[in-house]
Ligand binder design. Structure first.
Ligand code: SF4
Length: 388
């Protein structure tokens, strides 16, 4: 399984962000208290779980590079003590350029982190300011160079394209510049406007400059072509990697593998006696800090610690596996799904939908394996909705 640890604080809230992130403002992070709470939760969850081997541990947020590396290291060491790590276990920390300096980099390396994912988003001053980011282009490039120079085995960066005023060539040039520094993995996302965010509100009032779908599509194609030229494989709709450098942790999500979620507001999906269960920890920080280590965690409802809980039926699992698996270039094996979940996958209705998209060249089938043609990644949502 994978292990995900959520660290909720950010220096400031970005206007497009709908993650669980708490702006620090002038406040400070309760480094030790938060680590203690996560450790308390880990102890209690580990008592209920078999000692499943772990292939990846991911500290996400929020901005985990704001966490004192020694405290993050305490949590990492305890996870390793409770669950056997598979050889080469990937340990990722999401970092922002504005909170990633030599002290943090060396502290994370010492703690056993071997992969850094940097929230670069852009190298252009105007776009970074539009996105509400606290760093500038040179700061982002410096952070990438620092991560590489510190010796992390893998370094990835996130880029956002499809921002008003950005030409496709500008998006591609940013991707090229970053990979030119030595990155082996890049995540490239189109800017999406989420309800409940500052951008969502501005867009609702017609006060947010937006790029149209066609222009965003052109940027996607330009980034795609630039990264293909540089030898990075497009292994998931928004992710590119040199062979062997794919995000092991995220592959686990897309392949439907179980993961243990720790921390405030974290989601997890775990095997249970008869099915899989999905839970969400309370997103209320005060409640999390009070209860994470103070009471037994039942995986069921009725706990102060749990905000949502669901036993996943085979048909729900099937829908999710199709939705997530088709995002991957490797696609999904329908026969394997059928035998694993014990449900009929190749229903008449689904086979008809598959055939429709095959005729349009969007879906390819080799034996029982079904995958999206990469030239059709842009229409993935429509295909997946239809087939899943
Ligand atoms: S830094 Fe990341 S998690 Fe924090 S507010 Fe910005 S987008 Fe959200």
């Amino acid at each position: 399984m994978g292990v995900y640890v959520h660290f909720p604080w950010c220096k400031r809230k970005c206007p497009y962000c709908d993650f669980l992130s708490l702006p620090l403002g002038d406040g400070s992070v309760p480094h030790r208290a938060y680590a203690d709470a996560v450790l308390g939760e880990l102890e209690r969850r580990a008592a209920e779980l078999p000692a499943l081997p772990v292939h990846s541990i991911f500290f996400g947020g929020g901005t985990p590079s704001l966490w004192e590396p020694a405290e993050l290291g305490r949590v990492l060491a305890a996870i390793r003590a409770h669950f056997p790590s598979l050889a080469g276990c990937e340990v990722t920390v999401e970092c922002n350029p504005s909170s990633f300096d030599p002290r943090v980099a060396e502290g994370l390396a010492r703690a056993g982190v071997n992969r850094i994912s940097l929230g670069v988003q852009s190298l252009d001053a105007e776009r970074l300011s539009f996105l509400g980011r606290l760093h500038d282009g040179p700061g982002a490039l410096g952070a990438v160079e620092l991560a590489l120079a510190t010796g992390f085995a893998r370094v990835s960066a996130d880029l956002i394209f499809g921002v008003a005023g950005q030409a496709p060539e500008a998006a591609a040039a940013e991707a090229r510049r970053l990979v030119g520094l030595g990155l082996s993995h890049l995540s490239a996302y189109a800017l999406t406007i989420e309800p409940g965010t500052e951008f969502g509100e501005r867009a609702r009032r017609g006060r947010l400059p937006l790029l149209g779908d066609d222009a965003t599509g052109d940027s996607f194609a330009a980034v795609d072509a630039a990264l293909a030229e540089l030898g990075l494989a497009h292994y998931e709709i928004s992710n590119y990697a040199r062979p062997g450098h794919e995000s092991r942790h995220n592959l686990g999500y897309w392949r439907g593998e179980p993961y243990l979620g720790l921390g405030v507001g974290a989601w997890g999906t775990l095997p249970a006696s008869e099915a899989r269960v999905r839970y969400r920890n309370t997103p209320n920080l005060t409640r999390y800090l009070e209860h994470a280590g103070a009471e037994p965690i039942t995986l069921g409802e009725g706990s102060h610690h749990i905000a949502a809980f669901e036993a996943l039926s085979p048909s729900t699992l099937l829908m999710e596996r199709l939705m997530l698996g088709l995002r991957l270039a490797e696609g999904v094996d329908l026969a394997e799904l059928e035998s694993e979940l014990g449900v009929e996958v190749r229903t008449t209705e689904r086979l008809r939908a598959i055939e429709r998209w095959q005729r349009r060249g969007a879906l390819l089938q080799e034996g029982a394996r079904l995958r999206l043609d990469s030239a059709h990644f842009l229409v993935a949502d429509a295909v997946i909705r239809d087939v899943a």
